[in-house]
Design a protein around this ligand. Structure first.
Ligand SMILES: Cc1cc2nc3c(=O)[nH]c(=O)nc-3n(C[C@H](O)[C@H](O)[C@H](O)COP(=O)(O)OP(=O)(O)OC[C@H]3O[C@@H](n4cnc5c(N)ncnc54)[C@H](O)[C@@H]3O)c2cc1C
Length: 437
C-alpha cells in the first residue's frame, strides 16, 4: 500500500466476523484506535480507569493539529538546551526530579537520538504520521457529522529574537513544507491582534498544513458516536491491574472489576504503558513530560488572534478555542507527579498579562497539567508485541498525540488486519516490537 501525496492511506475492512478487541485507554489515542477497529468490523470494548474519555493528557492540550511542528525534540542543539535546563536557566524546560532512574535511562536514549542523522530520521517519521493524522481526521469529519477542527487556516510560528528568526530562515520553507516566511508587518496584517507584540516581533512563518480543534471535546463526541453507531462498549472507572497470559498468548485483562476475556488487546495507555508491559518482561521508554495549560474566558475577541500561534522564542502555544483562549507551555521532568505548580503557572499568566491584558479574564482562568507520554526519539511505540502477538501497542506520542492520533489508530488497525501502511518505519524501535511498515 502506498501513501498518497496528502499523506492519506486506504482503510482496510476485514472480511467476516471481526474479533473481540479490548482497547485499554480512552484518551485521544484509544478512542481514535477504537474508531478504526470498529469501522473495520471488530467488536470493541474500551476500558479506562478514569470517569470518561480524555480525562488525563488529552484533557486540555494546546489543540493544534501541528503538522508544522512535527519535529523530534532530540537533535544536535538539545544537549546544550538540557544543560541550560539543568542549570535552571530555561523557564520552559524544568527538571524537578533529577535523581529519577527512569529519567536517566530515558535521557541516555534521548542523547542517542541527538545526532543530525537521527534527528532527521525521527522528524521525517513523525511528519509522515502527523500528515496521515490530519488527513485521516479530515476524512473522519465527513463521516461523523461533527468537526474535529475549529479552523484549517494554519498556524503562525513567531519569533521575538532576530537571531532565532534569521537562523530559522536558513531551514526548510516553501513547497511541501507548507511554510511561508513573513515579516513582522506581514504577520500583523494577517493577524491584527499580533500588534500586541509591537516592537518585539521580528517575523515568523505561517503554515498552511495545520489545524486547530478541542481534543477533549472531539474525543468525547467520538466516544458517544462509537457507542451509538458502532456498538462500541465503554467501561469507565475500571482499572487494568495486569494481563493474564499463557506462554505466548494473552487471555484476559485482570481489572478491579474482574476478568475481561478478549481475543486481542490494544494498549493505548499513554504514560502508564511501561508499568503494564513490565510484568511481561518488556521495557518501553516513555517518560511523563509534564506540560501546563491555562484557559481564559475571552472578553474582547478583536484582540485575540484567530489562528493559533507558537511563540518560538518563549516556547508557548496560544490557541483560541471558541470563546476561550488557551495558553500552553513548559516541559517539566518530574516523574509521574501531575500536580499543578503555581510557580509554573505564573510563567503562563505573566505572558498573557503582558500581551492580552483586558482582552481575557485573567481571574477566570482554569489551570491544568498533563503528562506527555514521550519517547526518546519522539516516535510512538506502534505495533505488535513479538512475545505475546495478540497484544498491540499505540502509545508514546509525546507533544503530538492529538495530531498523530487518527493516523496512528489507522495504521494499527490496518496492521491488525494484516495490511502494510506504506509509510515506512514510523514507530519507536524495540527488539520486542513487530512494527508496521
Ligand atoms: C501542555 C500540553 C500541550 C499539548 N498540546 C498538543 C497539541 O497542541 N497538539 C498535539 O498534537 N498534542 C499536544 N499535546 C500532546 C497530547 O495531548 C498527548 O500526546 C495525547 O493527549 C496523548 O494521548 P493518549 O491517549 O496517549 O494519553 P492519555 O490521554 O493520557 O490517555 C491514556 C488513558 O489511559 C488510561 N489508563 C492508563 N492506564 C490504565 C490502566 N491501567 N487501566 C485503565 N486505564 C488506564 C488513562 O486513564 C487515560 O485515560 C500536548 C500535551 C500537553 C501536556
Amino acid at each position: 500500500m502506498t501513501a498518497q501525496s496528502d499523506g492519506s492511506i486506504a482503510r482496510t475492512e476485514i472480511q467476516g466476523e471481526g474479533q473481540e478487541i479490548a482497547v485499554v485507554g480512552a484518551g485521544i489515542i484509544g478512542v481514535t484506535t477504537a474508531y478504526h477497529l470498529a469501522r473495520a468490523g471488530h467488536r470493541v470494548t474500551v476500558i479506562d480507569r478514569a470517569a470518561g474519555p480524555a480525562e488525563t493528557c488529552s484533557f486540555a492540550n494546546a489543540g493544534i493539529i501541528a503538522v508544522g511542528h512535527a519535529e523530534s525534540w532530540a537533535g544536535p542543539d538539545a544537549p546544550r538546551q538540557m544543560l541550560r535546563a539543568l542549570a535552571g536557566r530555561d523557564p520552559s524546560v524544568r527538571v524537578s526530579r533529577l535523581l529519577d532512574p527512569a529519567l536517566w535511562r530515558w535521557g541516555l536514549g534521548f542523547l542517542r537520538n541527538c545526532s543530525t542523522a537521527a534527528h532527521k530520521r525521527n522528524s521525517d517519521a513523525m511528519l509522515r504520521l502527523a500528515r496521515l493524522g490530519r488527513s485521516t481526521l479530515q476524512q473522519m469529519e465527513a463521516e461523523l457529522g461533527f468537526p474535529f477542527a475549529q479552523g484549517h487556516d494554519g498556524v503562525v510560528y513567531l519569533y521575538t529574537s532576530a537571531r532565532q528568526f534569521a537562523a530559522r530562515l536558513q531551514g526548510p520553507i516553501g513547497g511541501e513544507t507548507g511554510f511561508a516566511a513573513c515579516s513582522a508587518d506581514q504577520l500583523t496584517e494577517l493577524e491584527p491582534a499580533l500588534s500586541a507584540f509591537a516592537g518585539q516581533l521580528q517575523g515568523g512563518l505561517v503554515s498552511n498544513v495545520d489545524s486547530k480543534g478541542d481534543c477533549r471535546s472531539f474525543a468525547r463526541q467520538l466516544a458517544d458516536w462509537l457507542a451509538r453507531e458502532k456498538g462500541v462498549r465503554f467501561r469507565f472507572g475500571c482499572e487494568v491491574a495486569g494481563i493474564e497470559r499463557d506462554a505466548n498468548r494473552a487471555n484476559a485483562l485482570l481489572t478491579d472489576q474482574g476478568r475481561i476475556d478478549c481475543a486481542q488487546i490494544v494498549l493505548a495507555t499513554g504514560v502508564a504503558t511501561p508499568r503494564l508491559l513490565r510484568p511481561l518482561g518488556l521495557r518501553a521508554s516513555i517518560y511523563p513530560v509534564k506540560g501546563y495549560s491555562a484557559t481564559y474566558p475571552i472578553l474582547d475577541p478583536s484582540r485575540i488572534p484567530a489562528r493559533p500561534f507558537v511563540d518560538e522564542t518563549s516556547l508557548l502555544a496560544v490557541t483560541r478555542l471558541d470563546d476561550r483562549l488557551r495558553v500552553t507551555a513548559i516541559a517539566e521532568f518530574a516523574g509521574h507527579d501531575n500536580r499543578v505548580r503555581p510557580d509554573r503557572l505564573a510563567y503562563l499568566d505573566d505572558y498573557v498579562r503582558r500581551h492580552f491584558k483586558g482582552a481575557v479574564d485573567l481571574d477566570g482562568a482554569s489551570h491544568w497539567a498533563g503528562l506527555r507520554p514521550t519517547t526518546p526519539s519522539g516516535r510512538p511505540y506502534l505495533g505488535q508485541l513479538k512475545p505475546v502477538p495478540n497484544i498491540w501497542i499505540n502509545a508514546g506520542h509525546g507533544q503530538l498525540g492529538w495530531t498523530m492520533s487518527a493516523g496512528a489508530g489507522l495504521v494499527l488497525a490496518n496492521q491488525i488486519a494484516g495490511q502494510a501502511s506504506g509509510l515506512g518505519a514510523i514507530s519507536e524501535q524495540a527488539g520486542w516490537l513487530n512494527a508496521p511498515q
